[in-house]
Design a protein around this ligand. Sequence first.
Ligand code: CP3
Length: 354
Amino acid sequence: MPTFPPLKNDLLLRTARGETTDRTPVWMMRQAGRYLPEYRAIREDHDFFEVVETPELAAEVTIQPVERFPLDGAIIFSDIMVVPEALGLTVEMVSGQGPTFPEPLATPDDLDRLVDPNIDAALGHVFDALTRTRHELEGRVPLIGFAGAPWTLMAYMVEGGGSKSYRHARAWLYRHPEAAKDLLRRTTDVVVDYLIGQVEAGAQMLQVFDSWAGLHGPDTFRTFCYPYLDEVASRVKSACPEVPLVVFAKNAHYALDALADTDYDVISLDWSMDPEAARETVGDRAVLQGNLDPCALYAPPDALRRHVQHMLAGFGPHHHIANLGHGMLPDHDPEHARVFVDTVHEQSEQMRTV
Ligand code: CP3
């Protein structure tokens, strides 16, 4: 394992482990991205996957929001699509459309096209980016690694890109349930090794994004989503017991109670969930993260401050990591991100004195 500069701000890690702290830690999903002029400047000369695959550029972009705002964490600049690429599929980032697979997995026969990847060879660029970023952060804040959850990756690999209903991917669950499980198992193995590799390279916390968990009903969730999410957590936890694990299962309201029984330390909520109700369901089984509606950042600063205060009050002062309910959007005003972060700092300290 490489050695790194000592961590000066460990608020995020301590809160994720369930400790009580003097302030609520704060970071934002997609905090590095197109809303930042300094990110757009880099993207003028380099395409998306070039930034992801060049450790110097990935490190620079990861640190941009940390330079600008008093955040409590940095998330490595990469994409969940690096795992389908490692499995042998081609992914293109089409402007305005997001990730696109020219040749998605159309039928179970297409599983023969997948490879059993050598993780270091296929994903070593992410590990290099993590190690470099850890050094360049100089211990300012912890570095978060991440991966897509098996189901969300399957949804993209079968559908071929973004979609409203993901009917092709969901059809597989009914037409080809055994092939779907085979695909999910193979993806799970890669995700587990990839996450453990990220820790060895320098990641101090890990988040698993199941952005399309909400497409399931309770039955398909239990069969095709939850077991793989659960397995990712238990296998990574046994390899890296000291690293907090976060799960973001977007729109999966019915799953909250079950998620609290997994090895994830933190459950990240989207904005449709009520903080108090979520706390009631989860109790002390997990720390909660979230969940301001990203569109609240379009409000004028005074109104935005009130929305942030309301959210913080709903979660209460402890066992909460402030974040958005989903990612920053390209037309967000960076100054409103600052209002979000500053309000968490001010209010969460004040909440502890009353
Ligand atoms: O700052 C960070 O949060 C780290 C970087 C990060 C990116 N993607 C960079 C990115 C993270 C954590 C992701 C995860 C990711 N990627 C998810 C899970 C989180 C979620 O949003 O639900 C998903 C579903 C993807 C797939 C993906 N990548 C989509 C749907 C898109 C298009 C989105 C858009 O707004 O156009 C991407 C592209 C992408 N990934 C961008 C960034 C900054 C924008 C691409 C660009 O610079 O042109």
